[in-house]
Design a protein around this ligand. Structure first.
Ligand SMILES: NC(=O)c1ccc[n+]([C@@H]2O[C@H](COP(=O)([O-])OP(=O)(O)OC[C@H]3O[C@@H](n4cnc5c(N)ncnc54)[C@H](O)[C@@H]3O)[C@@H](O)[C@H]2O)c1
Length: 456
């Protein structure tokens, strides 16, 4: 593997030198090396000609379901025919948005029984993903299921089995996986742009009530307008509780906390970029520091994950953090660090930073050097660019569109999607085990290849 990486590293450096020379020739001169340069423009051709119309239904018409459907309807040849939700207000909104002729129901099986539905988007709270996905595939529907694929680690195999048995297209909704940014990062890592991967990180900072899951509760929320009994029918029985319905992310019966909500995106992107199947050790800590609004999940969560060496990558560590009481530290979608540089990755941009000459920017070390006196004078060298930014082309429709487009293209071509049930489970599992680690106060061990929990 080392030889292979060394030769791709050399080929990357060669390409980088050629590209830099080309930019320099075009612009007259290469601007200051420390300045980020937008030198690689990426383009994606939009859409494919729609052979057949794909009739779509939405199950779970809240924030993300609505957004997913808006995106899906941008893909040529997709028509929305039905919407299901357990709250009447969402069904009313769906008719207002998409037309009175849309079939609406509170019962998802009525959607699955319809002959005119080819595919469904499942955007319910997490505790319904597995059951509706399995039922939908057995009813002959293709499925776009929101992340995390499942609500508990035990639920993944049933979805994988249903996909295998039925042959339906099943895609999980971590949309970054289909983005230009993730594709570019994958290509750069493979070509040796940051040397040998040894560390990755991601973090989110949030503070506003709406961002941290204190959603508004509709004025007409009641057992008459909400089908509460169905909502809790696969979990613990409780009396009607509007907070548990409209702010479901805060409760473990329905949501998967920060890890299932946010970390899972990072696992999906990281696994795609590195061709990894997942970590084998998972450890989390955190706490509930501020939002004492009855929530059962922490508002500060740190996770560390050990990835073992595989054919695809060396061993490396991942650190993820989420802080819902944070007004300062900013958000980093995903950073990959290697022996020769690092990459900051978003869905439409990758910023590659390469070590100049393995010089340190550690302030303590630099201070020590200064105090010791700089010593001998070396002749200065010509240096390659330190920082390069790869931007998506203007007008890029983004990861969400690409992800939907990949889903419908696979349906039309009887093809495959990257983020299928196995990929989705391998991304959900470390997120769910992060919660298990937090609540059990102990590390969790996982065999990512076999997708099995390891008891120690
Ligand atoms: N990919 C992303 O970037 C992204 C972003 C946000 C949310 N999500 C995911 O989307 C899903 C929905 O999140 P949201 O923010 O839209 O929540 P939401 O509360 O706004 O919407 C959920 C909807 O599902 C309905 N519902 C609940 N149980 C149902 C059932 N059994 N059958 C039919 N409808 C049911 C609710 O009434 C509600 O309208 C979650 O799994 C979440 O993790 C993904």
């Amino acid at each position: 593997m080392k030889d292979e990486q060394e030769s791709s590293r050399r080929s990357f450096i060669k390409k980088l030198t050629t590209a830099t020379a080309a930019v320099a020739a075009g612009s007259g001169l290469l601007a200051s090396q420390s300045q980020a340069k937008s030198f690689s423009i990426q383009k994606r051709l939009v859409g494919n000609s729609p052979n057949d119309q794909v009739n779509l239904a939405l199950i779970g018409a809240g924030g993300m379901g609505t957004q997913d459907t808006i995106t899906a309807l941008q893909v040529p040849g997709v028509k929305l025919v039905a919407v299901c939700d357990l709250y009447d207000g969402r069904l009313k909104d769906a008719k207002t948005r998409w037309g009175a002729d849309i079939f609406t129901t509170r019962v998802y099986k009525e959607i699955l029984n319809r002959k005119d539905v080819d595919a469904v988007i499942i955007a319910t709270p997490d505790h319904w993903h597995q059951q509706i996905s399995v039922d939908a595939m057995h009813a002959g529907k293709h499925v776009y299921c929101e992340k995390p694929m499942v609500h508990a680690i035990t639920e993944g195999p049933a979805v994988i089995k249903a996909q295998k048995e039925t042959g339906m297209i099943f895609q999980v909704g971590s949309q970054g996986v289909s983005s230009l940014g993730n594709e570019k990062a994958h290509e750069l890592l493979k070509s040796g742009a940051i040397g040998e991967l040894n560390y990755a990180e991601g973090f989110w900072a949030r503070r506003a009530p709406l961002e941290v899951w204190q959603y508004p509760i509709p004025e007409d929320a009641s057992p008459q307008t909400v089908d509460w009994e169905t909502y809790i029918s696969n979990t613990k029985k409780r009396p009607f509780d509007e907070k548990r319905f409209f702010r479901w992310r805060n409760y473990t019966d329905y949501g998967t906390g920060m890890a299932g909500d946010l970390f899972v995106h990072l696992f999906s992107s990281l696994h795609f970029i590195t061709d990894s199947v997942g970590p084998n050790k998972i450890y989390a800590s955190g706490g509930l520091r501020f939002w004492n609004d009855g929530r059962e999940v922490p508002d500060v969560l740190l996770g560390t994950f050990d990835y073992g060496k595989t054919q695809a990558h060396p061993a490396f560590n991942l650190s993820l953090r989420c802080n819902f009481v944070d007004g300062t530290s900013g958000t980093t979608y995903l950073k990959l660090v290697g022996s020769e540089g690092s990459m900051d990755i978003t869905w439409d941009k990758v910023t590659l930073k390469r070590n100049k000459v393995l010089a340190s920017d550690d302030p303590f070390y630099l201070d020590k050097l200064k105090k010791a006196g700089s010593g001998y004078a070396e002749r200065k060298k010509m240096l390659p660019p330190e920082e390069i930014t790869y931007d998506a082309d203007k007008g890029y429709l983004g990861g969400p569109y690409d992800h939907m487009n990949n889903f419908f293209t696979a349906i039309r071509n009887k093809g495959k999607v990257t983020e299928d049930a196995i990929f989705g489970y391998r991304a959900a599992a470390p997120a769910l085990l992060c919660n298990d680690s937090y609540y059990n106060n102990s590390p969790m061990f996982w065999d990512p290849e076999k997708m099995q929990l390891i008891k120690k």
